[in-house]
Design a protein around this ligand. Structure first.
Ligand code: FNR
Length: 389
């Protein structure tokens, strides 16, 4: 059993075990990947303020996200085709999240269906909604989430059209993978992954295939987004969707103060400051750079959550100190899942929890709900001075 000390250790094993097509799918950003890179490098620019001789006993990372108790403010972000990173991936990740006491968010584009995840877990999970053109499908989707006792929905606003990731095109990404000479040759070297995959029947888009009229290539994520997603989505439609769900609604993909204010107007319960992990608009600012201004603009009126670029508990601490009330991890748990299944997701959560707790203590704080910008050293030009802003 390899020693796992940090998230990067899980990533190394993940790369070895999972077919290149799915590793590349997760470990890439759109176009030049500038935003993808800066999501992590901008975290490094913020430093932590060490304080000493503070009583560090009785520490806690417990808090609430949209009124739900969490053992630490780190939910699992919705990640499409997680069930291709590891057989039954969504079920395994949801189980790990449940045991750890953090929320799991299931993507619309998951392999395991809403019903499958619900029948294999007992804690309510959150459901992420992509808006498809088919209104009946949308109503049925919400009803299915309700029947499965999902306790919140997350509406993703930053993917009406799909940003291009060059590697996905070159690899011919699909679920299940198309059998080409290249993909078969690569999968033959990933026998552990393949054996698990042979033992499950869950290998395509569980939430949509059979529930919506087929698109021209139902195995392809890019075809689904191009043909079935609703490019007409606007704030009026968001309001309608908000009304379709009688529980908490979280709006995901907010990167601008003006949009954060609009989210307030439609009656959302929380927003996620996010650039989709650098997978949509390349050249957009890193999410951590815009978090401060958004918290300052709306943080007293709506719960502000954060994702994009978190690879450690220190990153979680920085986002919380900046004013977020909760965070999400995407790739950090996918590395764990691909590396070691459910145990790997648990490991990723343990690593992040330990880093969060220790760093908080060394900053002289004992309660995660109590951290603020006073523990951060933020470069003066961190938000950037832009001529037209
Ligand atoms: C995503 N993300 C995403 N978001 C969403 O709302 N629905 C989805 O289906 C997906 N799918 C998806 C697949 C993969 C492989 C990744 C890496 C990400 C975005 C995700 O929820 C989250 O915003 C980012 O992953 C956060 O960035 P980090 O933590 O991966 O840096």
């Amino acid at each position: 059993m390899p020693v796992i000390a940090e998230i990067a250790d899980l990533k190394r094993i993940y790369k070895r075990r999972v077919p290149k097509m799915f590793y590349d799918y997760a470990e890439s950003g759109s176009w030049t990947e500038q935003t993808f890179r800066e999501n992590t490098t901008d975290f490094d620019k913020i430093r932590l303020r060490q304080r000493v001789a503070v009583d560090m006993t009785g520490r806690t990372t417990k808090t609430q996200m949209i009124g739900h108790d969490v053992s630490m403010p780190v939910a699992l972000a919705p990640v499409g085709i997680t069930g291709m990173q590891h057989a039954d991936g969504e079920i395994l990740a949801a189980k790990a999240a449940e045991k750890f006491g953090v929320p799991f968010t299931l993507s619309t584009m998951s392999v395991c269906s809403i019903e499958d995840v619900a029948s294999n877990t007992s804690a309510p999970f959150w459901f992420q909604v992509y808006t498809l053109k088919d209104d009946d499908f949308m109503r049925r989707l919400m009803a299915r989430a309700k029947d499965a006792k999902c306790s919140a929905i997350v509406i993703t606003l930053d993917l009406q059209v799909l940003g291009q990731r060059h590697k996905d095109i070159k690899n011919g990404l699909s679920a299940p993978p198309k059998l080409t000479v290249k993909s078969v040759a690569n999968m033959a070297t990933k026998w552990g992954w393949g054996l698990n995959m042979l033992q499950t029947h869950r290998r395509s888009f569980g939430n949509i295939i059979g529930h919506v009229d087929s698109v021209s290539d139902p195995r392809s994520l890019s075809t689904w987004t191009a043909e079935a997603f609703d490019p007409a989505l606007n704030w009026e439609r968001v309001k309608e969707l908000r009304r379709m769900w009688d529980g908490p609604v979280i709006l995901k993909g907010i990167l601008d103060v003006e949009d954060a204010k609009k989210a307030l107007d439609v009656g959302a319960d929380a927003i996620i400051v996010s650039n989709h992990g650098g997978r949509q608009l390349d050249g957009a600012l890193s999410a951590i750079r815009v978090l401060g201004p958004i918290v300052d603009a709306v943080g007293d009126k709506i719960e502000v959550h954060f994702d994009s670029g978190i690879r450690s508990g220190q990153d979680v601490l920085k986002a919380m100190a900046m004013g977020a009330k909760g965070t999400y991890i995407g790739r950090a748990y996918i590395y764990g899942l691909g590396a070691m299944g459910q145990a790997g997701v648990t490991k990723a959560l343990e690593v992040i929890h330990k880093e969060l707790d220790t760093s908080m203590a060394l900053c002289g704080r004992t309660d995660i709900t109590d951290v603020d910008r006073d523990i951060l050293m933020i470069p003066e030009d961190f938000e950037g001075r832009w001529a037209n802003r």
